[in-house]
Design a binder for this molecule. Structure first.
Ligand SMILES: Cc1cc2nc3c(=O)[nH]c(=O)nc-3n(C[C@H](O)[C@H](O)[C@H](O)COP(=O)(O)OP(=O)(O)OC[C@H]3O[C@@H](n4cnc5c(N)ncnc54)[C@H](O)[C@@H]3O)c2cc1C
Ligand code: FES
Length: 277
């Protein structure tokens, strides 16, 4: 059992939770994730480790309410327990000195670029942060990211804050202005990562994406998280979740992510009905 020691709502659909997990906190590196079950009968869901505090023996998770499990999780409070957390999982990011690194976060992806921003900065890189959301109220970690990044940009689809448009437009403008970017690291909706990868490819800018296929066991045994990268089948839980964006078959990933869409919708509707009755 893993005790929730802090809970904070960051925006209408996104929550932060600090959870006691000393062993995970000790081993975690940027880019890694955990798989948790809210209760004994619950499904397993992967969430990125956004921060870890070795002294307190805690890890920080930031999640968006997407369906039943994340909704259940959001209903837990400080002092409550999460049944199981397994991690750290996945390959850590290879943090190197590249020069200028542009970190791009879409939606809750803004949380996932935070540990990367700190690590790339500590490795001596010039860090550009670009975060995007549908509207200003959905922007998270603005203060934290703007403090770590050397340059920080916000983009909103409706123009309510920062640049009116997509994160990819901001990146394109920087490239067009002649800013020399040595590495792009993007995490967010799959379509966003696809657009970013297509944008950087002709310029030959190395681009890493953190993929989010459906995961089940997260040990490389079940094959559910398989993705096609450079024509080869990889398992995102053990070979990733980060891959070269120029080699990822994004269309296949998008199709596979939709596999259980109807079932997910039905189970959430059922849960919400049960909650009300
Ligand atoms: C390695 C990894 C790290 C992740 N880190 C985070 C994180 O830090 N914060 C966060 O909010 N989310 C993260 N996700 C996504 C998160 O796991 C899903 O949102 C969650 O599993 C949804 O569960 P649910 O039961 O609430 O919703 P479901 O009912 O399972 O799904 C609801 C909706 O979310 C979509 N969805 C389901 N699973 C995923 C998935 N794995 N990725 C993207 N969309 C999905 C479905 O297609 C559906 O539209 C991560 C995913 C992976 C693979
Ligand atoms: S989730 Fe089962 S192999 Fe990756």
């Amino acid at each position: 059992m893993y005790k929730i020691i802090k809970k904070k709502q960051l925006c209408p659909v996104v929550y932060l939770m600090e959870v006691e997990a000393p062993l995970i906190a000790r081993k975690n590196k940027p880019g890694q994730f955990v798989v948790l079950r809210v209760n004994e009968k619950g499904e397993r869901i992967p969430l990125t480790i956004v921060n870890s505090n070795e002294k307190l023996g805690s890890i920080t998770l930031i999640f968006q309410v997407a369906g039943k499990t994340t909704k259940l999780l959001s209903e837990l409070n400080e002092g409550d327990f999460i049944a199981n957390i397994v991690g750290p999982l996945g390959k850590p990011t290879e943090i190197e000195h590249y020069g200028t690194v542009a970190l791009i976060g879409g939606g809750v992806g803004a949380a996932e670029i935070y540990p990367e921003a700190k690590a790339f900065k500590a490795a001596g890189n010039y860090v550009i942060g670009i975060v995007g959301a549908r509207t200003s109220s959905l922007i998270i970690l603005e203060n934290e990211l703007s403090q770590v990044c050397d340059e920080f940009y916000i983009a909103t689809d409706d123009g309510s804050k920062g640049y009116h448009g997509f994160v990819s437009d901001v990146l394109k403008q920087l490239i067009d202005k002649g800013v020399k970017i040595d590495l792009v690291y993007a995490v967010g909706p799959t379509i966003m990562m696809k657009v970013i990868s297509n944008l950087t490819k002709p310029y030959g800018i190395k681009t890493l994406v953190s993929l989010n296929p459906i995961m089940l066991d997260a040990t490389g045994m079940c094959g559910v998280c398989r993705v096609k990268v450079g024509g080869e089948i990889k398992f995102a839980c053990v070979d990733g979740p980060e891959f070269d964006g120029h080699l990822v078959d994004f269309d296949l990933l998008i199709a596979r992510q939709r596999t259980y869409l109807n079932e997910e919708k039905k189970i959430l509707e059922l849960y919400e009905k049960m909650e009300k009755s």
